[in-house]
Design a protein around this ligand. Structure first.
Ligand SMILES: NC(=O)C1=CN([C@@H]2O[C@H](COP(=O)(O)OP(=O)(O)OC[C@H]3O[C@@H](n4cnc5c(N)ncnc54)[C@H](OP(=O)(O)O)[C@@H]3O)[C@@H](O)[C@H]2O)C=CC1
Ligand SMILES: CCCCCC(=O)/C=C/[C@H]1[C@H](O)CC(=O)[C@@H]1CCCCCCC(=O)O
Length: 334
C-alpha cells in the first residue's frame, strides 16, 4: 500500500486565495488493477489559471494542475516503470491512472524528447508555457523582422519566452514587468531592447520613448489599463494576441474599474485582436518543442525556473504568482 497526500479545494477562493481554502488529506492508494499505473509526482506546475478557473468544479475537488510524474509501478504494457508523463493530476504526491480509460480532462501525455534537459521543463518551456508563447506569438501576431513587439508580464513563464522568440525573429522587443530586478534580467540577460517596471514608470510616456517606430505586435498577458494604453499606441494593421489577464484574476469581475475605450484605436488603425487557448495547436506541439529545444541548446533561448521545494510549500508557490515572486516558470519540486 502506498500512502499519499493531496490538496483538496474545500472552499471557493474569494479575492486572494487563502491557505485554509485548501485541505491536505492523507490516504492510502488501493492496489493496482489491470491497466493501472502508479505515478510518483516529481514536478508540479503552479499557474495563474488555477485561480481563474477555481469555480469550474463543485467543491470539494482535487486541485488540478499540470505535473510531471514517473511510473513507479505498472499494470499496463505501454507504460513501463520509469516512463515520465505530463498530466493534469495536480497537487498530489502519488496518483493512479488507468491507461485503458482515456479521461481527456486529465490531459495525459508522454514528455517530449528532452534530450538531456531537465524534465521540469515539461511543465514550462517544453510544455504549456512554451507552446503558449510559441503559437500565441507566431500564429497570431505573426511578427516580421524589424517590427516592434511589446509583451506584458514579460519576466514570467510565458512572457520571457515570447520576448526571446520575438528577438530571434529580428524584432525590437519592449517588456513590462513588476520589479527592477526583473527589468535588469530582461535587458541584461535575455536581450530585450527595453524593459520597464510598470509599478514605477509613467507607462504612456515610457512606451512612446521606447517605441519610436510605434508598436506592431502586442502579446497581452495582463489585461486592464496597461493593455488599453499599449493598444492605443499601436501602428496601423497591428496585431494583438490576448493570452490572459492576470491583473483581474483575484478581482470580483463585477467590480472591476472601467477600462479606457480601445475601440477608437482598433477601428482607426484597423487592428486585429485575437484571444486563444494553447490547445488550439495541440496537433502541432511537437513542431514547437523541436524548435524551442534547438533554441535552448544553441543558447538563443534562455530558460529560468523559480523552484520551490516540497509538497507543503505548493500553496506558497501558487500565491507567489500573484505578488510577483517568480522570475520565469514557477515549479515545485517534490
Ligand atoms: N491562453 C493560454 O492558453 C494560456 C494563457 N496563459 C496566461 O498567460 C499569462 C502569464 O502566465 P504565466 O506566464 O504562466 O504566469 P507567470 O509566470 O507570468 O506568473 C505570474 C506573474 O504575473 C505577474 N502578476 C501577478 N499579478 C499581477 C497583477 N495584478 N498585475 C500585473 N501583473 C501581475 C507577476 O509578475 P510581475 O512581477 O511582472 O508583476 C507574476 O510574477 C496569464 O495571464 C495566464 O493566464 C498561460 C498559459 C496558457
Ligand atoms: C481570460 C482567461 C485567460 C486564461 C488563460 C489561461 O491561463 C489558460 C490556460 C490554459 C492552460 O494552458 C491549460 C489549460 O487547461 C488552461 C485553459 C483552461 C480552459 C478552461 C476553459 C473553461 C471554459 O470553457 O469555460
Amino acid at each position: 500500500m502506498v500512502k499519499t497526500r493531496k490538496y483538496i479545494v474545500k472552499r471557493y477562493f474569494e479575492g486572494i486565495p487563502k491557505r485554509d481554502d485548501f485541505e491536505i488529506v492523507e490516504y492510502e492508494l488501493p492496489s493496482l488493477q489491470d491497466g493501472d499505473i502508479l505515478l510518483k509526482t516529481e514536478w508540479i506546475s503552479v499557474d495563474p489559471y488555477l485561480r481563474l478557473f477555481n469555480k469550474m468544479h463543485p467543491v470539494p475537488f482535487d486541485q488540478f494542475s499540470p505535473q510531471i510524474a514517473t511510473v513507479e509501478e505498472s499494470k499496463h504494457p505501454k507504460y513501463p516503470v520509469g516512463t515520465k508523463l505530463l498530466s493534469n493530476k495536480g497537487w498530489c504526491e502519488y496518483s493512479i491512472l488507468n491507461m485503458n480509460i482515456r479521461d481527456q480532462s486529465l490531459g495525459v501525455h508522454r514528455l517530449p524528447d528532452m534530450n538531456g534537459l531537465s524534465s521540469s521543463l515539461g511543465v514550462g518551456v517544453m510544455g504549456p508555457s512554451g507552446v503558449t508563447a510559441y503559437f500565441g506569438l507566431l500564429e497570431i501576431c505573426k511578427p516580421v523582422a524589424g517590427e516592434t513587439v511589446v509583451v506584458t508580464v514579460a519576466a514570467g513563464a510565458v512572457g520571457s519566452i515570447v520576448g526571446q522568440i520575438a528577438k530571434i525573429k529580428g524584432c525590437r522587443v519592449v517588456g513590462f514587468t513588476g520589479s527592477d530586478e526583473k527589468v535588469n534580467w530582461l535587458e541584461k540577460e535575455l536581450g530585450f531592447d527595453k524593459a520597464f517596471n510598470y509599478k514605477t514608470v509613467d507607462i504612456e510616456k515610457s512606451l512612446k520613448e521606447a517605441t519610436p517606430k510605434g508598436i506592431d505586435c502586442y502579446f497581452d498577458n495582463v489585461g486592464g489599463q496597461i493593455s488599453s494604453i499599449i493598444i492605443s499606441q499601436m501602428n496601423d494593421f497591428g496585431r494583438v494576441s490576448i493570452c490572459g489577464c492576470i491583473s483581474a484574476y483575484n478581482e470580483d469581475f463585477a467590480k472591476l474599474p472601467k477600462a479606457t475605450i480601445v475601440q477608437v484605436a482598433v477601428v482607426t488603425k484597423q487592428l486585429k485582436i485575437e484571444g486563444f487557448l494553447c490547445h488550439r495547436w495541440e496537433n502541432r506541439f511537437s513542431e514547437a518543442y523541436k524548435e524551442l529545444h534547438q533554441w535552448i541548446v544553441s543558447g538563443k533561448l534562455k530558460v529560468r525556473e523559480h523552484v520551490t521545494e516540497g509538497f507543503d510549500n505548493i500553496f506558497d508557490a501558487f500565491l507567489g504568482l500573484f505578488s510577483g515572486e517568480n522570475v520565469g516558470k514557477a515549479v515545485v519540486k517534490l
